[in-house]
Design a protein around this ligand. Structure first.
Ligand SMILES: [Zn+2]
Length: 60
């Protein structure tokens, strides 16, 4: 299924979690919205896997 969902390019700095939108700009902060990342986000915990990966890397 193809989707045109975009994500705020500045969400990491501006928001607690990715802000998804169908428009070209973030509805909350006005930053550019980009095609959602190729990383497979888990809708229940969109940030968890990334955070765990970072944590693992930090211990190496
Ligand atoms: Zn935003």
């Amino acid at each position: 299924m193809k989707s045109n969902i975009r994500v705020c390019s500045a969400w990491n700095a501006e928001h607690d979690r990715p802000v998804y939108t169908l428009s070209a700009t973030c509805p909350k902060c006005g930053a550019e919205a980009v095609n959602s990342a190729p990383a497979p986000f888990d809708p229940d915990d969109p940030y968890g896997e990334y955070r765990r990966a970072l944590k693992r890397r930090a211990h190496e």
